[in-house]
Design a binder for this molecule. Structure first.
Ligand code: CUA
Length: 266
């Protein structure tokens, strides 16, 4: 059989096109790490989100090394949490679900762009090498305020990142002459130990307490405050550790002149 030269050229060109198309699609599917959301993340009953271990308190969790997990709940018309902070040089796995209707979770400038379907958990893992800010958007029309549904993902420099939390218990009022205590509980959300200093400033007094907190643990620090030294009146205090801070006011009332009828033994 004799094939005309021109026909051979057209046949060859058609073959090149077909191979080219297949290569393009293959690269698109495998090369840039694009993946379809599948059922890896599992499913969840939307009405039970508040009882779910992962989603009851959504947020960032350190799972070890440079790996983090972020749980996000989408609902009309916000994300919880809507401000997410992760460190640079990290590998972050997002778990996102919806409380009500179908939303999306799209991190602008990355390849995170997934539908969020009630009843399903969308899971995807991304590497963040450099610090930066990324907007989070809903790309699925979800009601009248769909356009306001947004959040912010901040990748902070690795050495500035921590998951420290502070909780302070202090009395509002104390009678002069009595010693009082301000209790600070510091918890470390990282899996690694944290050596740090908890500071209490009250009036012109300052107390420092060094603590070592085990990974994923917490420690309580008790500050004994001498009210005689403070004197009667309102005293603003601040407890700080790492980037966390809590402030309030302690009122020292004069035991003798107090309107509450103190026993006057001062
Ligand atoms: Cu949620 Cu649009």
């Amino acid at each position: 059989m004799n094939i005309h030269t021109y026909e051979k050229i057209w046949l060859g060109a058609a073959m090149v096109l077909i191979v080219g198309f297949i290569a393009t699609i293959t690269y698109g599917a495998v090369g840039p790490g694009i993946a379809m959301v599948d059922d890896d993340g599992g499913d969840i009953t939307p009405s039970e989100i508040n009882d779910d271990e992962r989603f009851a308190e959504p947020g960032v969790e350190h799972v070890g090394g440079n790996e983090y997990e972020v749980a996000v709940v989408a609902q009309a018309w916000s994300y919880s949490p809507d401000q997410i902070e992760v460190p640079s040089n990290s590998e972050v796995t997002f778990y996102v679900t919806s409380r009500d209707v179908t939303h999306s979770f799209s991190v602008v400038g990355t390849n995170v762009n997934t539908m969020v379907i009630p009843g399903q958990v969308s899971e995807m893992t991304v590497r963040f090498d450099d610090p930066g800010e990324y907007g989070i958007l809903c790309n699925e029309y979800c009601g009248e305020r769909h356009h306001t549904m947004e959040g912010l993902l901040t990748v902070v420099p690795e050495d500035e990142f921590d998951l420290t939390e502070l909780d302070v218990e202090a009395p509002d009022e104390v009678e002069a002459g009595n010693e009082t205590t301000i209790n600070a509980t510091v918890s470390d959300g990282m899996q690694t130990d944290l050596e740090t200093t908890v500071t209490l400033e009250i009036g012109d007094q300052q107390y420092d307490e060094d603590v070592t907190i085990e990974g994923a643990g917490s420690e309580s620090v008790e500050f004994a405050v001498d009210t005689d030294e403070l004197g009667a009146g309102d005293h603003d205090w601040t407890v700080s550790v790492e980037d966390e801070e809590e402030s309030d006011t302690l009122t020292v009332v004069d035991g003798n002149g107090g309107s509450d009828g103190g026993d006057g033994d001062a």
